[in-house]
Design a protein around this ligand. Structure first.
Ligand code: ADP
Ligand code: ZN
Ligand code: ZN
Length: 845
C-alpha cells in the first residue's frame, strides 16, 4: 500500500504529493485525511495523506515508510482534502497551507489519545462475526480503565476499521490530550441548597446587614440549578466572599467541577420557539426549503432590509435542514459574532450548536471542533474558517452579512469564505444562503443577472454552470411593517459657517439631550478609518513614520510609545519635532477617545460605553460592554465599525454618525460601496422595536450618491450609480482581479523582476489569443497593469511592487500567471524575488 503525502513545507518546489509505503501495522489506520509523520530530507516532518494507491510511480523498494500516525481518527475527511486542492488551485497557494487552515491550531503536535467503553454493561457482540466481545473490546474491558490508542493499534493492527467505527458510533469514548489540553480544567461551582426547609428558614431570618448573602441564597432557591462561581458573582454583582459566607453556613455547597471547555457553559440560553413567519419571510423560506428538500446545491441571495427578519429565516431553514439529518453552517463576520448573535442560535438549537471564533483559546476551539466532528453538534456558528466545520453531511450554509470584507482571509491561503462555501455546498448537494441588507455588487450582479453568468462574479465562476447562478430573494419590508428610521443629513460645512466648531452638529447635540431626558439610548458611530493615532508637527507638518515601512506610526496614549502596525517597530514619542524642533508636535488620540472626552464635557454625567480596539482586547470584553448596554447601564454606545453590526436593542432610538465621509475617499474602488454599507448597517440599529428610530448623519459630502442613497434606504439607486462607475473604470463585477505583489530588499532586483513578470505575462496573454480590453463580444479580456509601487511601498525593510491582472471570462488567468512565474524562476523553481498572489482581493494594499 502506498500513501500520497503532502509534506508540510510551504514552498512551490515541494508542493506535490510524495509517495510513502504504509507499514503493515498502520494499514487500515492510514486514510485520506490522516496526519502522519514522514521522513523528509533527513528529518521527520508532518504531512497529510491525500491519496492511497496500490502501486507507486517509482520503484517501491526505494520508498520510505510512514514513520508514525499522528491521530487515530483522521482530522480531515476526503471531501475536505478535495476542497483544499481546489483552494490551492484557485488561490494560488501551497496545498499544505490550504490543508493546515482547515484544522484547529491545537492539532499541531502529536495527539495522544485514550479510549474507554461508554457503557460497560452493553452487549456489543454484534460488532463482529464471533460470539461475545471482539478481542480488542475484551482487552479494553479487562483493563478496567482507559486504554491508550497507541497500545490498541499495536496489539490489534488488523482491527483498525472496527475500532474506528466503534469510536464513531460512540461505543468507545476517545479522549485526546494535546499540549494545552493536558490539564483538566476545573471550575468552582455553586450548588443549590440540599435542605430546602432549612434554607427557607435561614432566608427568612437573615439580618438586614447580610442582605447580600440573603440575595445569594434567594437566587439559589429560586433557580435551583448549579451555576459557576464567576457567573453567580456577575449575575448578582456580588463577591465570591459573600457566596462563600453562605456556603460556610452550610446552606449551599461549593464544588470543583471538571469541565469541557465550553465557552458558553454556565450560561442559560432562553429557549425560543419558531415565530409564525411573515408573508415576506414565508415566500423566501419556501424557496430555500424546496432546494433543501431536493438536496439541490443552489445559491440564494437573501436581500433583506435591516429588521426584515433574516435571522428567523435562517433559524427555520436550519431546522428544516436538520430534519433531513443534515448539518448547517452559519458564518457571521467575526465582529458581529456577539453574544446576542450566538444567543439566537443557542436559544433555538441548544447544545447542538458549536461556536467557533478567534477569541477562543486553542483548547476551547479544539473542543468545539471535536463536538462537530463527533456528531455532537449539528449547527456550527462561526467566523470565516467555520466554513471548514468537519460535518459529514452539510445541508445548508448560511453567510450572514455576505458583503463583509472579513470573509476574505488576508494571509495565505487568501480564500474567500463565500466562494469556498459555494464549492463545499456543491460537494454535499447543499444550499447556500447569502444574506445582507446591502449585498456586495458581485453577489447582486450575479443574482440579478445584470451580467452574463460567465463574466465576472466569483460565486458564479464555476458553479454557474451547474446551478444556474444565484437566485435573488428580496425581503424589502421590516417585520410588522415597522417604518425604516428617518435619516437626516447634516452638512458640517454649514455648522462651521454658523460658528459651531464642535464635532457635534446642533441637531445631533439636541437629539442626544432629548434621549438623555427621555431615558432612551443612542449609538454613536465613528467611522474609524481616516481617524488614526498618528503623531504630527503642527508647525512643519512632519509625521512620524516607521523607519522600516512607509507608513505612519501609531501612537499609544498609555505608554506614550509609537508603534508600527506592520512590523512592530516601537519608539518613544518625541517631545520636540525632530525636523524643526518645534514643540507643537501633537498626538492625535484615537478618534473614539476624543469623542468620549467631548461627550463628557458637553453632557455632564452622561454614561458612555466606548467600544474600539483599545477597549475590547480583553477576552469577553465585547460581551461585557454589550450586556451592560442592553441592561441600560449606559446612555450612549460609542464605537467604531463594531457598533454597526447585528446589534438589536429595543431602547435605541437615536443613531448618530460623527463623520460619514472618512471612508469615502480611500484609494480603493470599493470606497463608496463600503461607505454605503456602513451607513445602512448602522442606521438599521435604530427603532427596531416599538419605539421609532432616528438617524443623524454628519457629512461634508451631502450630495454624494453613496450618502444620499443610504439616507433614503435606496439600495437600487446606489447600485445603479455605482455600477456605472465600475463599468466605466472596468472594475468588479465587470471583471475580476488578481494582485501580484513582489517584494525584496534590493530595489533594482525588484524592478527587474517586476518588469520581467509583467512582460512575460503580456507575451503569454498575447499568445493565448486574449489580449486588450475587449474581444469581439466583450465576454473575454485580459489586461496586465504595472508594475507600480504598492500602496505601502515598503514594509519590514522590503520594497514592494505590484502588478494587477484584470480579466473577464474564462481566460485561464491563473494558469498564465503560474506559467509566467515559473518562466522567470530559477531551475529549482525559486522565484527571483518574493512573490505573493491575491486572487479576488478585497483590500487593495
Ligand atoms: P435582520 O437580521 O433582517 O436585520 P432580525 O432577524 O434581527 O432582522 O429581525 C428583526 C426583529 O424582528 C427581531 O427582533 C426579530 O425577533 C423580529 N422578528 C423576526 N421575524 C419575526 C416574525 N416572523 N414575527 C415577529 N417578529 C419577528
Ligand atoms: Zn516640525
Ligand atoms: Zn514598520
Amino acid at each position: 500500500m502506498i500513501a500520497k503525502v503532502i509534506v508540510d513545507v510551504p514552498s512551490r518546489a515541494t508542493d506535490r504529493p510524495f509517495d510513502y509505503t504504509i507499514p503493515a501495522g498502520l494499514i487500515g489506520w492510514v486514510e485520506i485525511g490522516s496526519r502522519v509523520g514522514v521522513p523528509f530530507g533527513g528529518r521527520v516532518l508532518q504531512g497529510f495523506v491525500i491519496g492511497l494507491a496500490d502501486y507507486a510511480d517509482v520503484d517501491v523498494s526505494k520508498l520510505k515508510p510512514i514513520a508514525e500516525l499522528l491521530d487515530h481518527v483522521p482530522p480531515l475527511s476526503p471531501d475536505l482534502v478535495e476542497l483544499a486542492q481546489w483552494i490551492s488551485e484557485k488561490y494560488f497557494c501551497a496545498l499544505t497551507t490550504a490543508l493546515q487552515v482547515m484544522i484547529p491550531a491545537a492539532l499541531k503536535g502529536k495527539a495522544d489519545s485514550v479510549v474507554t467503553i461508554s457503557e460497560e454493561e452493553q452487549d456489543y457482540s454484534w460488532l463482529h462475526a464471533g460470539e461475545g466481545d471482539a478481542p480488542w473490546l475484551a482487552f479494553i474491558r479487562a483493563s478496567g480503565g482507559p486504554v491508550r490508542m497507541a497500545a490498541l493499534q499495536e496489539r490489534f493492527p488488523d482491527d483498525a476499521a472496527a475500532i474506528k467505527q466503534a469510536i464513531k458510533l460512540g461505543i468507545l469514548t476517545e479522549q485526546v490530550s494535546i499540549k494545552d489540553r493536558l490539564s483538566v480544567r476545573k471550575v468552582l461551582t455553586v450548588y443549590p441548597p440540599d435542605n430546602e426547609a432549612l434554607a427557607q428558614e435561614a432566608l427568612a431570618n437573615y439580618s438586614a446587614r447580610a442582605a447580600k448573602q440573603q440575595e445569594v441564597l434567594r437566587y439559589m432557591l429560586e433557580n435551583r440549578e448549579p451555576i459557576t462561581m464567576s457567573a453567580l458573582v456577575e449575575t448578582l454583582s456580588t463577591t465570591s466572599g459573600t457566596i462563600r459566607a453562605v456556603a460556610d453556613k452550610g446552606l449551599i455547597t461549593l464544588r470543583e467541577v471538571e469541565t469541557q471547555r465550553d465557552p458558553y457553559a454556565g450560561r442559560n440560553f432562553k429557549r425560543t420557539e419558531p415565530l409564525p413567519l411573515t408573508e415576506g419571510q414565508q415566500a423566501v423560506y419556501e424557496e430555500i426549503a424546496e432546494a433543501l428538500d431536493a438536496e439541490a446545491s443552489r445559491v440564494f441571495l437573501l436581500h433583506g432590509v435591516t429588521g426584515s427578519g433574516k435571522t428567523e429565516v435562517y433559524l427555520q431553514t436550519i431546522e428544516r435542514c436538520l430534519q433531513y439529518e443534515r448539518q448547517a453552517i452559519v458564518l457571521v463576520p467575526e465582529i458581529a459574532l456577539t453574544p446576542q448573535m450566538v444567543e439566537r442560535f443557542k436559544g433555538r438549537f441548544g447544545d447542538s450548536v458549536a461556536v467557533l471564533h478567534s477569541r477562543l483559546s486553542n483548547g476551547e476551539r479544539y473542543d468545539e471542533w471535536r463536538k462537530i466532528r463527533e456528531g455532537r453538534a449539528q449547527v456550527a456558528v462561526g467566523a470565516r474558517s467555520a466554513v471548514f466545520a468537519p460535518f459529514q453531511r452539510v445541508g445548508l450554509i448560511i453567510i450572514d452579512e455576505e458583503h463583509e470584507s472579513s470573509y476574505k482571509q488576508e494571509e495565505s491561503p487568501k480564500y474567500h469564505a463565500r466562494d469556498v462555501a459555494v464549492r463545499r455546498a456543491r460537494q454535499h448537494g447543499a444550499a447556500v444562503v447569502l444574506g445582507s441588507a446591502t449585498p456586495s455588487l458581485e453577489s447582486f450582479a450575479a443574482a440579478s443577472r445584470i451580467l452574463s453568468a460567465a463574466s465576472a462574479f466569483s460565486v458564479s465562476d464555476d458553479s454557474a454552470k451547474s446551478s444556474g447562478g444565484a437566485a435573488l430573494l428580496p425581503m424589502p419590508h421590516r417585520v410588522g411593517n415597522r417604518p425604516m428610521p428617518k435619516v437626516h443629513l447634516i452638512d458640517m460645512r454649514d455648522e462651521l459657517k454658523a460658528g459651531n466648531r464642535s464635532m457635534f452638529s446642533r441637531q445631533l447635540h439636541e437629539a442626544l439631550l432629548d434621549r438623555l431626558e427621555k431615558g432612551e439610548q443612542s449609538v454613536l458611530l465613528l467611522n474609524r478609518r481616516g481617524y488614526s493615532t498618528f503623531v504630527m508637527c503642527r508647525s512643519c507638518g512632519y509625521t512620524a513614520q516607521c523607519p522600516h515601512c512607509d507608513i505612519s506610526l501609531t501612537f499609544h496614549q498609555k505608554s506614550r510609545v509609537m508603534r508600527c502596525h506592520y512590523c512592530g517597530h516601537a519608539e518613544q514619542a518625541p517631545e520636540k519635532c525632530p525636523t524643526c524642533e518645534s514643540e507643537h508636535i501633537r498626538f492625535f488620540g484615537t478618534g473614539t477617545q476624543r469623542v468620549e472626552e467631548e461627550l463628557a464635557k458637553l453632557f455632564p454625567g452622561i454614561r458612555v460605553i466606548r467600544m474600539d480596539v483599545d477597549t475590547t482586547t480583553e477576552k469577553g470584553s465585547h460581551e461585557k460592554w454589550l450586556t451592560m448596554f442592553g441592561e441600560r447601564k449606559a446612555d450612549v454606545l460609542l464605537g467604531t465599525q463594531m457598533v454597526a453590526k447585528g446589534l438589536d436593542f429595543p431602547y435605541v432610538t437615536l443613531v448618530g454618525v460623527i463623520a460619514a465621509d472618512t471612508s469615502l475617499h480611500l484609494p480603493d474602488f470599493r470606497a463608496a460601496e463600503k461607505t454605503f454599507q456602513l451607513l445602512t448597517q448602522v442606521a438599521g440599529r435604530a427603532g427596531r422595536h416599538e419605539l421609532l428610530g432616528e438617524v443623524i448623519v454628519q457629512t461634508y459630502n451631502p450630495e454624494h450618491y453613496a450618502i444620499v442613497s443610504a439616507q433614503h434606504h435606496d439600495y437600487a439607486a446606489f447600485v445603479q450609480e455605482e455600477l456605472k462607475h465600475r463599468r466605466f473604470m472596468s472594475y468588479p463585477p465587470f471583471c475580476r482581479l488578481i494582485v501580484v505583489t513582489l517584494s525584496d530588499e534590493q530595489l533594482t532586483l525588484l524592478i527587474t523582476a517586476g518588469d520581467k513578470l509583467a512582460s512575460t505575462l503580456r507575451q503569454l496573454a498575447y499568445e493565448s489569443g486574449v489580449k486588450g480590453w475587449i474581444d469581439s463580444d466583450g465576454s473575454r479580456f485580459i489586461d496586465i497593469l504595472g508594475p507600480v509601487a504598492s500602496p505601502i511601498p515598503r514594509m519590514k525593510d522590503r520594497y514592494r511592487f505590484q502588478c494587477m491582472i484584470k480579466y473577464r471570462g474564462n481566460v485561464g488567468a491563473i494558469d498564465l500567471l503560474k506559467q509566467a512565474i515559473s518562466m522567470i524562476s530559477g531551475p529549482q523553481g525559486q522565484p527571483p524575488v518574493q512573490i505573493s498572489v491575491d486572487v479576488d482581493p478585497q483590500v487593495i494594499l
